[in-house]
Design a protein around this ligand. Structure first.
Ligand code: 5AD
Ligand code: SF4
Length: 481
């Protein structure tokens, strides 16, 4: 093609073997391509759009993908009428997959209008063989498919696609590699996710994550600390440490380090104000971690502790490795150490074999713990997981239980969330409220949302706010000088 100076084969023969040098090389090659495309098409800029589905891990991955696209010279845009559209997909529940298929048809219509448009799909859903087979067969207009283990390769895959007549598909089954130091762009200037580990070894019987994200791999404390220091130097005040189960951080490092030790080290980074983390599995949340949280001024007063079910019988079939009693004891221990902590959770309704009795046990735990908030999910069958072979609960029973759970969860959370009414709290100002002019929105240490009047120059700062009124899930407050 006339806009490539170098064929893919030539580029390959010159490309460094090591990472990240190899990717920086392909970024440079693609920059040249963009320059030529701009000259020949008369278009001043080439745009990209990333749509991210799913969890914080995916959001962080998208920031890395965005960093690469910007390094090449693409300019971000809010619409899918872009020259490079990338869907970073999720597959934790079936409806996430349906949403992607639903939107692909629309992308095809856009591609017909824009000869330069490229469509790429990546993320968890692409790690499923049947998904890739379906896209290859029925969505042939897709240009590139890659998975969760090789997002760092985006520039190389894009370059390869320039010559390939057909879809470029690069899915790795697993990896033990972690590629550091690629360009990243952050959605917020003042807060950032930081991956501390990748993958999951827990194999909860309903969950597809271990199959699509592979085995646990921890980053070294040195790499993590360097990234945190760099982020702080760059203006970040709040970080969210990310891992499928942060409690098993560091177990497989050459010199094992516990999550509590890592947290204590990060706590000492000067200039950093807040530390959050996600997610913590109840089976191995250590006393050491509770102590580390208790003694830190920076670790936020919030713990997300997925319950999944309140029935010990169901928890066993789920392979969660704790009982309802152990969960309740853990909650008590945490609250005894950190009384003002906010607890949130995930609950699945309608797991195979769940009886009315099992469900009532879940409701009972919800009433006992009184979570600040709970994400409630209807069980979704994921092919390849052990639970997929188990008999499902009839749909009406599941819907009925889901509604009852949601009502209870919302009632409790509106009562619990108001407990700081009429006090002054520290709030990280995050954005201008899109619904009401003049209002800012931020979060307290315990993650509750606060809206208050103020100027957008406060964004990224931690300010004192008096909480005038609790409105169930959020507060209306007044800025204190
Ligand atoms: N069906 C419903 N919910 C699920 N989750 C994980 N797998 C499934 C599934 N197959 C929920 C769990 C987990 C959250 C991220 O998603 O509650 O904690
Ligand atoms: Fe899935 Fe369980 Fe791993 Fe969480 S801990 S990602 S629910 S397998």
């Amino acid at each position: 093609m006339d806009y490539i100076n170098m064929t893919y084969e030539e580029a390959l023969s010159h490309a460094p073997k090591e990472e990240p040098a190899r990717q920086y090389y392909f970024i440079e090659r693609y920059k040249e391509v963009l320059d030529q495309l701009k000259a020949s098409s008369g278009k001043e800029q080439f745009t990209f759009h990333i749509a991210t589905f799913g969890c914080q891990m995916n959001s962080r991955d998208s920031e890395k993908l965005q960093g690469i696209l910007e390094a090449i010279g693409f300019v971000g845009t809010d619409t899918e009428e872009a020259d490079f559209v990338l869907y970073n997909t999720c597959t934790v529940r079936e409806n996430a997959n349906d949403r992607v298929y639903g939107r692909l048809g629309y992308l095809n219509s856009l591609k017909k209008k824009n000869p330069h448009m490229m469509i790429a799909l990546c993320g968890c859903m692409m790690q499923e063989e049947k998904v890739v087979a379906k896209i290859k067969q029925s969505y042939r207009f897709v240009d590139i498919i890659f998975g969760t283990h090789n997002i760092f390769k985006l520039a190389e895959l894009m370059y390869e696609r320039l010559e390939e007549k057909k879809m470029v598909v690069d899915i790795w089954e697993g990896t033990d590699r972690i590629v550091e130091d690629l360009p990243t762009d952050r959605k917020y200037s003042f807060k950032s996710g930081v991956n501390i580990m990748f993958g999951c070894n827990n194999f909860c019987s309903y969950c597809i994550v271990p199959y699509v994200r592979g085995r646990e791999r921890s980053r070294s404390p040195k790499d993590i600390l360097e990234e945190v220091k760099q982020l702080v130097a760059d203006g970040v005040v709040e970080i969210m440490l990310l891992g499928q189960n942060v409690n098993s951080y560091g177990k497989n490092l050459e010199t094992p380090v516990s999550f509590a030790e890592l947290l204590t080290q990060i706590d000492q980074v000067e200039g950093l104000e807040r530390i959050r983390f996600m997610t913590s599995h109840p089976k191995d949340l250590s006393d050491e971690l509770i102590e580390a949280m208790k003694h830190s001024k920076k670790v936020c007063k919030h713990l997300h502790l997925p319950l999944q079910s309140g029935s010990s019988r169901i928890l066993k079939v789920m392979n969660r490795k704790y009982t309802r009693e152990q969960y309740l004891e853990l909650v008590e221990k945490i609250r005894a150490a950190i009384p003002d902590i906010s607890l949130t959770t995930d609950i699945i309704v309608g797991f195979p074999g769940e009886t009315e009795e099992d469900f009532n046990e879940t409701l009972d735990v919800v009433k006992k713990v009184r979570f600040d908030s709970a994400f409630t999910f209807i069980y979704s069958k994921r092919t390849g997981t052990p639970a997929a072979k188990m008999e499902e609960v009839p749909e009406e029973a599941v819907k009925n239980r889901f509604d009852r759970l949601l009502t209870e969860v919302q009632k409790i959370s509106s009562e619990v969330c108001g407990r700081d009414e009429h006090t002054v709290q520290k709030v990280l100002v995050e954005e201008v409220n899109d619904h009401e002019k003049g209002l800012l929105t931020g979060h307290m240490s315990n993650n509750t949302t606060v809206h208050f009047k103020g100027d957008s120059s406060l964004i990224g700062k931690i300010v004192d706010v008096y909480l005038d009124e609790s409105r169930g899930f959020y507060y209306m407050g007044t800025l204190r000088p």
